[in-house]
Design a protein around this ligand. Sequence first.
Ligand code: ADQ
Length: 751
Amino acid sequence: MSSHELVIVANRLPVDARTLPDGATEWVTSPGGLVTAMESVMRHVESGAWVGWHGSPGEQPEPFTADGMSLYPVRLDADEVARYYEGFSNATLWPLYHDVIVDPEFHRTWWDTYLAVNRRFAKEAAAVAGPGATVWVHDYQLQLVPEMIRKDRPDLRIGFFNHIPFPPVELFSQLPKRNQVLRGLLGADLVGFQREGDAQNFLAAARQLLGYHVEGHAVTVPGIGTQPARDVVAGAYPISIDSAAVSALTEDAEVRARARQLREDLGQPKKIVLGVDRLDYTKGIRHRLKAWGELLNDGVVDPQDAVFVQVATPSRERVDAYRQLRDEVELTVGRINGDFAPIGRPAISYQHRTFDRRDMTALYMAADVALVTSLRDGMNLVAKEYVASRPDLRGALVLSEFTGAADELRAAILVNPHDIDELKASILQALAMTEDEQELAMTSLRRQVLDHDVQAWAHEFLEDLEQAGNPAEPVSHTVTLADGDDGDAEQLETKLTEFAHTPRILVASDFDGVIAPIVADRDAVMPDAGTLEALTELAEDDDVTVALVSGRALADLDKHTQMPSSVVLIGSHGAEIGALPPTVNAGVLDAASLTMDETRQGRLDSVIRSLKTIALKHPGAEVEVKPTAAVLHTRGVRGRSAPDATEAALDYARTLPWATVTPGKEVVEFSVVETSKGEALDALARACAADAWLYLGDDVTDESVFVRAGEHDLAVKVGDGDTAADHRVADTDAVRELVQSLLEKRRANGR
Ligand code: ADQ
């Protein structure tokens, strides 16, 4: 797999597919501020990647490179686009995060798909990031990704930037699964927002909804069990535009000519008023049209003198609220034109399509007034683009106070767009501004926009991420034999002979999957009689200690193996140790404090009580009590209450610094004894004074034993998968042969 130093994760890749005449596909970079900013930061790293959707449902193109970046397309099927993108992202989150201008819709299937798609993005990002790399996740479609990546790759530095507002906690609380969303975001080291107010809303949500400690801009995410607590920083990073690129366009002779031509095409009006937006209900287009219509109706604006150009880019046309908005806007434009437009010239020139950057700049250069009347907007780049397009220091900007841009562009005419009278007055004020007034305001606005461009924004975010991150050391899972490598059978034979000749040995084995084939019903397990018999015979030798080590509870292991007392049984991953033969020094084992005492019993009782309370609230959940642990099983919980039960258990886990909490598939295990098979085997090897040990295991929990193997020890992995063991055998049959062979060799040696 590739290993990139910087990985951008966003809903869309910065490219669009174009089909060539011969049917082949060509990728065209889509222009935009984010792409420019990322290109600029990518220039400072050895190797950069971008993970995102390529825009064609159902297809899975191979990774490719563009502009020196490796692009990794993420597949989205048509129904996933409908549920994850149009549904949960744009009909649930978007309206909720924009002050519920329209009612958010909640559907549980949308959430399920959002979860699944976020997981797919996270998996891809985790796969392509190099050791200790930086990952930067963008926007509301991918809020669960930071936590998902962290689970897989704690060595990464993870940043998240939200391009849209973050709502006040009173609104955010409406979101079903709000805590999962918060936890998803808190997987990042740095969470960036457009405005300080957004960051404060997020911090308040973390404090009020999750109960986390917040100090200044930092949230402390408590650790689970032995996992340490982490600090997550939330702050404001107002995004900007590629100011230099816009300035360059304004110098372009052809663009300037186009601006002049535009005025001519519109009939040389005295004033051109401009609105540029995605056709979105957050942009306040209806309010703007209403104000303009009333100004014409009142007779204070003469349609012979002034033309209003509204560019409305098609957007999210399959989402109901957007279809409805388009109908309303077009109806209103038609009415106003019908009522007021002089023959041969519009009162409102309505453009429902996309323009290229050059045409857009020409429009900005031609406009005497720009109207930005969003009801809520993360930033609003149109306002900044307009300012950057006016090196002539002419023009006036009417700007809604509900945009992020209003925090910075204080010299604009700030307006509350809900107040139509105020909006009308602001438009008149802008139309009436003298050249001196325009120059004064524009000079101040331009200082803001030119000093803080999108490149500076990206660099600042990444620099702060560098400071904020406290990632774990790059994980080095010891892999001695990779999956597919069967090891050297001859070498295993030689080592086994050597081992058989070692004076005092410990022979230990996992149970399920090693001595007994794995079966669906844990109670129906059938151990291999031949293996158990060979082990029993080995245990008759005073210089051989035999042990079975399992995740099962001790009593369960005993029931299924029925071994004589000469064989040591170790249950619950090492936390329960059965009767010991005289060859094992019990004192050494006690000193290793692997097992229960009074304090631990008290803790276990309290865990059991709490888990039972959680189970009561989620019918179908069950609590299994083990001697050193309690387990919440959620498999029986119907529907979506299952993840909620798991969430509740994990919330509880965060309050228990002394518990070892292991979330699994539909189970969460709380152990009050902190141990592993590796620690248990280590202690046992010391307690029986073994010169060398042999261990057979098939599970990830057996790796804790394998990594401890010394020169004379024999670590044998049973079955497939990467492993730290030096040797591999195929299955339970091969295990039987190996144990029998060891018995024979030991006997042949006269022992
Ligand atoms: P948007 O809601 O898309 O972005 P905005 O910031 O205004 O809003 O950006 C729109 C961009 O599209 C501008 O660069 C504009 O020039 C361009 N555009 C609009 N109409 C066009 C047309 N017809 N043809 C060509 N280009 C057109 C979200 C948030 C914002 C936040 C940005 C960036 O909603 O609040 O500012 O992300 O973080």
